[in-house]
Ligand binder design. Sequence first.
Ligand SMILES: Cc1cc2nc3c(=O)[nH]c(=O)nc-3n(C[C@H](O)[C@H](O)[C@H](O)COP(=O)(O)O)c2cc1C
Length: 356
Amino acid sequence: MSVAASSPWPALVEDARRYPSPHNSQPIKLRPRDDRTATLYYDLDLGLPAESFGIPFAHVCAGVFLETFRVVARAAGFDVRETLDHAEMDFDGADRLHRFADVELRPIELTDAQRVEAGAALDRLRSRRTSRRPYLSRSVPGEVIGGVERICEAAGHTFRHTNDRDLVRKIVRVNQATLFDDLENDAVYAEIMEWLRFSKREALERSDGLSAEAMLMPGRILRYAMAHRGLWRAPVVGSAIRAIYLRTMRGVHELAWIEGPFDGPADYIEAGRTFMRTWLELHRQGVVLHPFGTVITNPRSHALFAEAAGAREGDGRMAWMLFRIGYSAYPPLAHRRSAASMLLPTPSVSAEGDPR
Ligand SMILES: Cc1cc2nc3c(=O)[nH]c(=O)nc-3n(C[C@H](O)[C@H](O)[C@H](O)COP(=O)(O)O)c2cc1C
């Protein structure tokens, strides 16, 4: 059954589809039940399970979406009541839609000031982008750091950051080495290839994935280099390709990471929510960021980073997200698939009243 014309869902999804996802794979789907309730799914065919921490990151992405959805719903005059399902995701199962939450929209009365702030929060959600552009050599001021420290602390996490030159250089090298390492792993390589979009046209037509433009790489060179991954190891051509990739990492002045509980789906979802709150607060302050998620999901890189940063891990706690922060020119747009492609049909109700 299609969604009724009076339904709030299409308009909500129109904005909610701007949530960021690893490789821009956009795995979240929403099935309206009626005008107030819907079920949220993670589409396992759009997941990235090749890396050992790729599976936890699916729940992190669900958390990122829930926070995004909360902002969108509030601007439309709703609070969101969530009923979460913390089951593990089974990427090998026959059912390709993993249900992770039911949500209910509850109308709220906002004061004028609250309405203005909710509208501004929605505008910020619309304009947020990952920046892989060169960052200025300017540190993020202490009061801005204080704001995100408080956001993380309120969720039981710790926001840490450094602009120590040697440490930044060391961790950036780990991030660079991650791609080279990932290219050697057949499953991870195949996953990356599925999501790279080499021309502007391809990026727009498919409206998902990582475009060469967003990655600041010439599409033709990226296509050639990725199709011949053995070349990355070759002496002359290999160093030329590496040099082009490394250029995209210019101007990393300050790094930040978040440590906290990361021991099962409930933690992963809350981590994702905290990450999105942090990102939106930094954006509110004019600070851009670039997640180095692959450093976390690649076990070797993660160990190197955690040691260099002196991350406090163990007992279910982990440094679960790393990113560069700072100031850059406004980055290129990463396209999104249509709102319609995120909406699943509402189940029809049989004569006995069972939803089908
Ligand atoms: C949990 C998470 C992990 C991410 N990891 C990486 C990463 O390792 N490298 C990278 O370049 N971008 C990473 N990203 C950024 C996504 O690629 C980006 O959000 C997506 O392409 C959409 O672009 P936008 O943020 O500009 O809307 C990550 C995003 C999320 C939410």
